[in-house]
Design a protein around this ligand. Structure first.
Ligand SMILES: CC(C)(COP(=O)(O)OP(=O)(O)OC[C@H]1O[C@@H](n2cnc3c(N)ncnc32)[C@H](O)[C@@H]1OP(=O)(O)O)[C@@H](O)C(=O)NCCC(=O)NCCS
Length: 221
């Protein structure tokens, strides 16, 4: 059957590991994700994100959330792609786990980023979903390195990274909402990954690999 995933395999990607499921953000998930974000992600006096999108007024969040994901779809190319996947835990939508790349066929490196609605934080879900996306990138997409970063005053994000096996990779100074902030960069190689207790399975993988330019050379020969 032809669906939107025929045009963009990202939309048909479904990665499952025990209670964790990461799914391409189809249109039906946009408003539920906006509602999760409006319910709260962080304290009012703290900003974990480079772009302060979480401060979007509640009434504008559904459109803003949609435009972000539609923009990601529109820009998806072999040269530069991002996959912000909806995270379900025990069947409940809880947040987003993203991975993004530039020139992936050459660099084989990808950057992770994530958020959970506040009521789902502090229960190990952030660690589990990061372990799953890293295992997916290494095992299913042939990644050789994964990077990430968090502001030095974001202990939960840095703790998740440490638990997954990332190591420190230098600091940068950034302007965060007009104030100076230290950004801690981190990096993970395949041998360093502390794996999730559940094996993953990936539905739509053959199509997704092809959409990011993997396997095309094999097919041509
Ligand atoms: C970062 C985030 C995804 C982590 O998800 P989570 O489910 O809360 O993480 P986990 O429960 O798996 O682990 C959190 C760890 O941080 C630790 N932690 C949390 N707050 C902490 C604090 N103030 N000081 C020290 N450690 C802290 C917890 O103790 C836990 O480690 P432990 O299991 O070894 O005890 C989630 O908190 C979130 O969405 N935060 C807001 C958005 C954000 O910061 N995104 C990342 C941007 S870089």
């Amino acid at each position: 059957m032809m669906t939107a995933a025929t045009a963009l395999p990202l939309l048909g990607l479904r990665i499952t590991a025990g209670p964790v499921e990461l799914r391409g953000v189809t249109d039906d998930l946009i408003v539920p994700l906006a509602e999760l974000a409006v319910a709260g992600i962080h304290d009012a006096d703290f900003m974990p994100f480079y772009t302060p999108w979480s401060l979007t007024p509640p009434a504008e969040m559904p459109r803003s959330m949609g435009q972000f994901h539609w923009g990601q779809r529109a820009r998806f190319s072999v040269a530069s792609w991002g996959a912000d996947l909806a995270v379900f835990y025990d069947g409940d939508l809880v947040g987003v786990q993203g991975i993004s790349t530039h020139d992936y066929l050459i660099t084989r490196t990808a950057e992770t980023g994530s958020w959970l609605s506040r009521r789902h934080q502090g229960k190990g879900i952030g660690t589990a979903m990061r372990q799953v996306i890293c295992a997916f990138a290494f095992d299913c997409l042939d990644a050789q390195e994964i990077t990430s970063a968090a502001y030095a005053d974001n202990p939960a994000s840095l703790a998740v990274s440490r638990k997954c096996g990332y190591t420190e990779n230098g600091c940068e100074l950034r302007s965060r909402m007009g104030k100076r902030a230290i950004l801690q960069r981190i990096v993970l190689k395949p041998a360093g990954l502390v794996r999730y207790e559940h094996e993953l399975t990936a539905e739509g993988l053959v199509e997704f690999r092809r959409s990011i330019g993997l396997d095309l050379a094999d097919e041509a020969s």
